[in-house]
Structures are given as structure tokens and as C-alpha cells.
Design a protein around this ligand. Structure first.
Ligand code: NDP
Length: 326
């Protein structure tokens, strides 16, 4: 029988965690032939422990054939022991009166600790996806605190932004989203992101020239503010769509992507983005848990300017947490 893949998840009882676990265990991540082990982190409080217990009871009651083993932990080192695939979802939510920099520091501590624990305990080939916000900088902090792991082990999630952009394009052209290709998002998972449709194709045919500049500006704003629109509409933040995007990201990374996909990964210096900064790039994943940044796309002064804005925001975030970097 195929050896189970060991998957660790933080924040398993939050909204995204509760949605992703059942899909992973059903086989949506690695397919219906690949058994898995789930290792789940709960905080050391009676409420968190109770929620984890209930979630594990439900997972057990699904009788998923692929779920070979499931364990709960409060200790991050034990959680990551031998982990091959890691979803870092748990993060402190923004509270009233907190600005982005307060959130950055509160979560920075969590990701520093988790980076160190991964460095010590995880498989040397671990693949880590940071979802908890601010996800690019949290991934940067974790990576910098894991010097014995290759930096290519770390990524942050901007696939939801790509999926949102693809869905808006499909609505605009009144066609199924399955034919939308070569849409991706640059930069930080924040309002400064740049969703790029210059290379857009529909079923292999170029489309990008058909959109007027005013629509394109609205589209960029719409994608960047979609999270806020969801909160307003449903009274809670994106959860199932975020879980779905996390599965898309990890599956493409490990098993291979069909075409371009957006991953926030440590920069290799492409497009003048400082090395190591975790930045949303168009990538290709050839399989075997590898990715390549597509580094030869043409730039215009306008695009360069948009990339500079989101790069500078990430540099400012990195600066604000400089003392948390190893
Ligand atoms: P929830 O508030 O529903 O759940 C948060 C989870 O994080 C809970 O499991 C909670 O644990 C855990 N947690 C809270 N505080 C801490 C802490 N101090 N230390 C460790 N764990 C903690 O949030 P969601 O599931 O909706 O979202 C999770 C994260 O994902 C958020 O940061 C959100 O902003 C981000 N996100 C990212 C997206 C992206 O595209 N990158 C898209 C959407 C969301 P407990 O159960 O013990 O309370």
C-alpha cells in the first residue's frame, strides 16, 4: 500500500480549517489513491481543545478511507515532526482598533516560533503554505527562522486572488471559468496587489486587448477588495473559497500545474524584487513539488510602477518585523 503523506494544519477549527480538513481527507488534495495522516494544532485552552475534539470526532464519523491516522497537538514541535505538507492557517484575527502593523507583530511572534519548530522537526522536503494574514510577511518570518530548510519550502497564498480574478473575467465575457487561462496576481496579498490580465487567454485565444482601460481599473480594484465585499455580504470572511484556493495551491505545487499559477514565493531577484521577499509571481509547477518563477514577461512603465508599490509595502512590513528575523 502507498505510504501515507503526513500533513500538519494549524488553525484546524477556524472557518478555513474546518472547511479544508474534510476536503483533504476526502482526497481533493492528493487524489483518491493517496492515504494521508492529519496532524492538527489546537491552543492549550479548554475551548480550543473542545473544538478540536469535536472536529476530530466529525472527521472520524466520515469514515474517510484515505485517512490513515489523525492526531491532535498543542506543541508545535510535535505537530511538525516529520511533516511533509504544512498548512499554516491559524493566526490571530484583527481586533477592533488594531492596524495592520499591530497585526503584523502579533502574528509575527507565532510565525517565528513555527518557523523554528519546522526547522527542527519537519521533513527536509516539507512544503509549507502560509494562509494566516498578513500571509506574505508571515511566510517570510517563518522562512527566515528556518535556516536549515531550503527557502523554496515556503510559500504564501495568493491563489484566492487569482481565482477571484479568473471568476471576474469569466463573468465579464459571460463564459465558463474553466476556459480562462494565464491570469495571475503580483505582489502582496493586500490592496496593493496587481492582478494582471495582459496575457489572458480563453481556451487558447488571446483576449486581453478586448477590455477597455476603465473596466481594467475597476477589475483590479474589485479583485483587491473582494475579501471586504464578502465580509459585507455574508457577515464573515471568505472561508470555503480560501480553503479551496489553498488546496489548488498545494496540489499544483506538489503534483504539477496545468499552466501558469500564482504563488507567493521567496523572490530569486526576478523583476527586481529583492531576494527572499515573499512576493506573488506567475509560476509554473512541473511536478515533484517544484515551481519555477516565470521570469521573462515583458514589463511596461505602468506595470513596473504597480509592482514597485506592492514591493515597497512588503519591504515596509519586513522592516517592521526586522527583530523577528533570524
Ligand atoms: P478564524 O478566526 O475562523 O480562525 C482562526 C484560527 O486561528 C482558529 O483556529 C484559532 O484557534 C487560531 N488562532 C487564533 N489566534 C491564535 C493565536 N494567537 N495563536 C495561534 N492560533 C490562533 O479565521 P479563518 O479560518 O477565517 O482565517 C484564518 C486566517 O486566514 C486569518 O489570518 C485570515 O485573515 C487568513 N486568510 C487568508 C487568506 C488568503 O488569501 N491568504 C484568505 C482568507 C483568510 P482557536 O480555534 O483556538 O480559536
Amino acid at each position: 500500500m502507498t505510504r501515507p503523506i503526513r500533513i500538519a494544519v494549524t488553525g484546524p477549527c477556524g472557518s478555513i480549517g474546518y472547511s479544508i480538513l474534510f476536503r483533504i481527507a476526502a482526497g481533493d488534495l492528493f487524489g483518491r489513491e493517496q492515504p494521508i495522516e492529519l496532524r492538527l494544532l489546537a491552543r492549550d485552552s479548554p475551548e480550543s481543545q473542545a473544538k478540536l475534539k469535536g472536529t476530530m470526532m466529525e472527521l472520524s464519523d466520515c469514515a474517510f478511507p484515505l485517512l490513515a491516522e489523525m492526531k491532535g497537538f498543542t506543541d508545535e514541535k510535535q505537530l511538525f515532526d516529520g511533516a511533509e505538507c504544512v498548512f499554516l492557517i491559524g493566526a490571530q484575527p484583527r481586533k477592533d482598533g488594531m492596524d495592520r502593523s499591530d497585526l503584523l507583530r502579533a502574528n509575527g511572534e507565532i510565525f517565528r516560533r513555527q518557523g523554528r519548530a519546522l526547522n527542527e522537526m519537519a521533513s527536509r522536503d516539507v512544503r509549507v503554505l502560509v494562509v494566516g494574514n498578513p500571509c506574505n510577511t508571515n511566510a517570510y518570518i517563518a522562512m527566515r527562522n528556518a535556516p536549515d530548510l531550503k527557502r523554496e519550502c515556503f510559500s504564501a497564498m495568493m491563489r484566492l486572488d487569482q481565482n477571484r480574478a479568473m471568476a471576474r473575467v469569466a463573468e465579464k465575457i459571460n463564459a465558463p471559468v474553466s476556459g480562462v487561462e494565464q491570469v495571475f496576481v503580483w505582489g502582496n496579498h493586500s490592496n496593493t496587489m496587481y492582478p494582471d490580465i495582459r496575457f489572458l487567454r480563453y481556451k487558447g485565444h488571446r483576449l486581453a486587448d478586448q477590455f477597455d482601460p476603465q473596466w481594467q481599473e475597476e477589475f483590479i480594484k474589485n479583485v483587491a477588495t473582494r475579501g471586504g465585499q464578502i465580509i459585507k455580504a455574508r457577515g464573515a470572511s471568505s472561508a470555503a473559497s480560501a480553503a479551496s484556493a489553498a488546496i489548488d495551491h498545494m496540489r499544483d505545487w506538489i503534483l504539477g500545474s496545468e499552466g501558469m499559477c500564482t504563488m507567493a514565493v521567496p523572490s530569486d531577484g526576478s523583476y527586481g524584487i529583492p531576494e527572499g521577499l515573499v512576493f506573488g509571481f506567475p509560476c509554473l509547477c512541473p511536478g515533484e513539488a517544484r515551481y519555477q518563477i516565470i521570469n521573462n514577461l515583458p514589463m511596461t512603465p505602468d506595470v513596473r510602477q504597480r509592482l514597485a508599490v506592492t514591493r515597497d509595502e512588503l519591504l515596509a512590513e519586513a522592516n517592521a518585523v526586522a527583530d523577528l528575523l533570524a
